[in-house]
Design a protein around this ligand. Structure first.
Ligand code: 8DG
Length: 134
């Protein structure tokens, strides 16, 4: 299982552009990663955000649903927020660019195909607005 974090701050969603592997590089995703044996999804989310972005964050709520990735993986998504005192996210590993997207900008980035339905659910649950173009 892969956990994706919909990090929300000030009405914006954090998107990250992958730098590897080649077939995914240049596409945008929710930061996160594979859950390790013995780990809860929430713990994996906190660990991955610390490793990949250098931030201290906490999970807020699970977005209902599960999206198929390359077998055997599936993607589950939690909303998350930065803790007080956390630094700003930086693309430390796996990513070469980050963007905080307003609802208007959400579809300006080239999300991984498999992330599009997940991002649509994030929008529905976190912002409660329809997604015009998806
Ligand atoms: N983190 C993340 N991975 C995604 C998303 N969508 C998607 O297809 N993936 C894929 C990319 C990778 O093949 C896999 C997650 O692996 P990863 O490389 O981010 O995780 P990791 O740090 O635990 O990986 P590893 O290097 O330890 O194998 O899921 C997404 O929104 N977020």
């Amino acid at each position: 299982m892969v956990v994706g974090a919909a990090v929300l701050n000030d009405g914006r969603l954090l998107a990250a552009r992958r730098s590897a592997p080649p077939d995914l590089a240049g596409r945008w995703e929710l930061p996160g990663g594979k859950i390790e044996p013995g780990e809860t999804p929430e713990h994996a989310l906190v660990r991955e955000l610390r490793e990949e972005l250098g931030v201290e964050a906490e999970p807020v709520a699970r977005i209902p649903g599960e999206w198929p990735l390359k077998p055997p993986y599936t993607l589950q998504v939690w909303t998350a927020r930065l803790l007080p005192g956390s630094g700003d996210p930086k693309p430390l590993e796996d990513h070469d660019e980050l963007r905080w997207l307003t609802p208007d900008e959400l579809w300006d980035v080239d999300w991984l195909d498999q992330d599009v339905p997940a991002v649509m659910e994030v929008v529905r649950h976190a912002w409660g607005t329809p997604t015009p173009e998806a």
